[in-house]
Write a protein that binds this ligand. Structure first.
Ligand code: ZN
Length: 344
């Protein structure tokens, strides 16, 4: 869930340097030089501290054939922090699934616990549709209690899904995100991190292999966080910002988005006032509130992270999301052999 007693709230200027302690500053202009532009996740990047890649939209469907797993503990995590990137990757050819780890029983509207669970499950399904993710897995661990669960058990289930779906790329909470206070967030991040590589092992959870699955490790990881994090990838979401807004509109049960714009419009009307930016109907108010208040103006207070617009504009983009990206390290051995091997 989004609510957080966040120290980031103090950083109301939303400066990147305060959130991402290791990010270099003025030299970042170099990140937009053509030589450093990413061809997206199609190219392996060797992660070095301080190196930053701007991932821009790619023409066509270069990721066709690849599989994405978007993983969130709660129904509002991906919409708030990574929906623009997930929508971009799907538009560029990925097929994918949405994995929700908890049952969201303690978050949002509903007269009973059962109603809250059902409302969030419906929101989550709508979010998957908005992002173009065609399969949903609800693992349904109890909300706010994931630190009470066996990590081996969670890992085994995730490995099963990674192998079954042949997941190549994941988007999830950063397992090393500092000051994360929600146990569902950090347990998810840490278990996903271990499951991602262990899924490629022929020695782990071998009963799954006996059942016909094949080892299949995850190659690329996009990690987001609400606290200080090593950011090495800025994803240009200017082309998918409106999809991100639509995704957040689906979170009507919990979180700062959903129908908050209409509620604000109604409250102001009762006071005989209005905000022109919210338009003249509730649907417009909801969209405009998400885009201009949740994702921009009041982002540190409502999401605990800097504005997507401010982040983008630091790099000459309209809107952006930041990630710790980990891809497969490039090997020099094949080239060395080609250049140096001699006949016996
Ligand atoms: Zn959450």
């Amino acid at each position: 869930m989004w609510t957080r007693r966040t120290f980031l709230g103090a950083f109301s200027t939303g400066t990147l340097a305060t959130r991402h302690l290791t990010l270099p500053r003025p030299s970042l202009v170099n990140a937009r030089e053509p030589a450093q532009q990413s061809s997206g996740s199609a190219r392996a990047e060797t992660m070095r501290e301080g190196e930053l890649v701007i991932e821009r939209p790619l023409a066509g469907r270069p990721h066709a054939g690849k599989v994405l797993a978007a993983i969130q503990p709660h129904s509002d995590d991906l919409p708030l922090f990574a929906a623009g990137t997930v929508a971009k990757l799907v538009a560029e050819g990925y097929t994918g699934c949405l994995i929700r780890m908890s049952n969201d029983e303690k978050a949002g509207r509903g007269a009973t616990t059962g109603e809250i669970v059902l409302n969030n499950e419906r929101d989550n399904d709508a979010i998957a549709s908005a992002l173009g993710l065609t399969k949903v897995f609800n693992l349904n661990y109890r909300n706010h209690r994931m630190d009470n669960e066996s990590r081996q058990e969670i890992r085994g289930r995730l490995i099963h899904i990674f192998r079954l779906m042949k997941v190549d790329t994941i988007v999830c909470y950063d397992p090393w995100g500092h000051y994360e206070e929600n146990p569902d967030h950090y347990v998810t991040g840490q278990v996903v991190e271990s499951a991602a590589w262990m899924a490629g092992s022929s020695r782990d959870y071998v009963e799954q292999l006996e059942a016909g699955l094949k080892p299949h490790g995850v190659s690329e990881k996009y990690y987001f966080a609400r606290g200080p994090q090593l950011i090495n990838r800025i994803v240009d979401i200017s082309g998918t910002i409106d999809r991100k807004v639509e995704c957040n509109r689906a979170n009507v049960t919990q979180g700062p988005a959903g129908e908050s714009g209409a509620r604000l419009r109604g409250r102001l009307a009762a006071e005989k006032r209005r905000l022109p930016i919210l338009g003249n109907d509730d649907e417009t108010a909801n969209r405009q509130y998400i885009k201009h208040v949740v994702l921009d103006l009041d982002s540190p207070a409502l999401r605990g992270v800097p504005s997507d617009r401010d982040l983008g504009q630091r790099f000459g983009l309209d809107w952006a999301e930041g990630f710790h990206y980990i891809g497969p390290p490039a090997s020099k051995l094949a080239q060395y052999i080609a250049e140096n091997a001699v006949a016996l």
